[in-house]
Design a protein around this ligand. Structure first.
Ligand code: ADP
Ligand code: MG
Length: 272
């Protein structure tokens, strides 16, 4: 396990061969939402560096407001980094976008958007098809997409709800539809922000089983998760975030670490 003592002074190079193969490597990510002094002194994320491994389920843990979502958003270019960079499979995201799927935190999705479950999934399936396909192949394209979308919905047990508007599904069912979209996209890196928050037991079991299947097939699953017992039981690795990367390594070791006790203990004290 690596325990960070604080933000590093010197930056290592990102161009080593092993780094090039990491499905996601984040280096020195610094995010400031509101620059009061125009520097990094009130950074939500300060010099966060971490490399994720393929074929693994990695949990991102940390208290509320620790910067877990910010870490994912910064890597994906959804919020600007003051400093730092992210590499996906050794490349900038733009070069490998199709291989990467992101499931945002539930609160940030507009569930009233008038779209059915199968349409959500087809948005994932479409991005996998070649842009070069000539117009006369549109019919074939539609059939191919349709098949993939149906197979993905079936994999998460949601095929019966294909024509249901997304806003009329339960929270767990909505998460399953969004996972189906990632499956249809055939992404091999999944970033999920609290996918299990507030969902029913069946959906949680379906989601977990699918994620484990993806990881054991060589894919990479990175999920923000607040249930530390579930992380210990089901995840291979954990990354502890508290404004920077405080520790990362095998899940059991990270969770048993002094850093985890310190981060959660200190925060609980402040709140309580
Ligand atoms: P977590 O996901 O670990 O709960 P976040 O990454 O959402 O934490 O937030 C980290 C910090 O950044 C918090 O203090 C939060 O209030 C702040 N923050 C997050 N998003 C924004 C934003 N869009 N604008 C301003 N501050 C933000
Ligand atoms: Mg969050």
């Amino acid at each position: 396990m690596n325990v960070a003592r604080g933000p590093r002074a010197a930056s290592p190079s990102i161009s080593t061969p092993s780094a090039a193969q990491a499905p996601l490597e984040i280096l020195d990510a610094t995010v400031v939402y509101r620059a009061v002094r125009g520097d990094a002194s009130d950074a939500a994320l300060l010099e966060a560096s971490v490399a994720f491994q393929s074929g693994r389920m990695t949990a991102i843990v940390g208290p509320n407001g620790a910067g877990k979502s910010t870490l994912l958003h910064a890597a994906l270019g959804l919020v600007p980094m003051l400093r730092g960079e992210a590499r996906f499979f050794g490349e900038p995201l733009s070069a490998v976008r199709r291989r990467v799927a992101f499931l945002p935190q539930r609160e940030s999705i507009d569930w009233d958007f008038p779209i059915t479950a199968v349409e959500v999934v087809r948005m994932g399936a479409t991005s996998g098809l070649g842009w070069w396909m000539p117009a006369w192949l549109d019919g074939l394209r539609g059939a191919q997409e349709g098949r993939r979308a149906r197979a993905a919905l079936e994999a998460v047990g949601m095929h019966e709800f294909a024509r249901r508007p997304i806003g009329e599904l339960s929270g767990g069912q909505q998460q399953r539809v969004f996972l189906a979209r990632a499956l249809a996209q055939e992404a091999d890196l999944l970033l999920l922000d609290e996918p299990f928050a507030g969902i029913d037991a069946t959906s949680e079991a379906v989601l977990m089983a699918e994620l484990q299947r993806i990881a054991s097939a060589g894919g990479t699953v990175i999920a923000v998760h607040h249930d530390l017992e579930e992380v210990a039981a089901r995840f291979d690795r954990a990354v502890l975030v508290d404004r920077t990367i405080r520790a990362e390594g095998p899940a059991a070791e990270v969770l048993a670490s002094d850093a985890t006790r310190e981060v959660f203990g200190a925060r609980a004290h402040r709140v309580g």
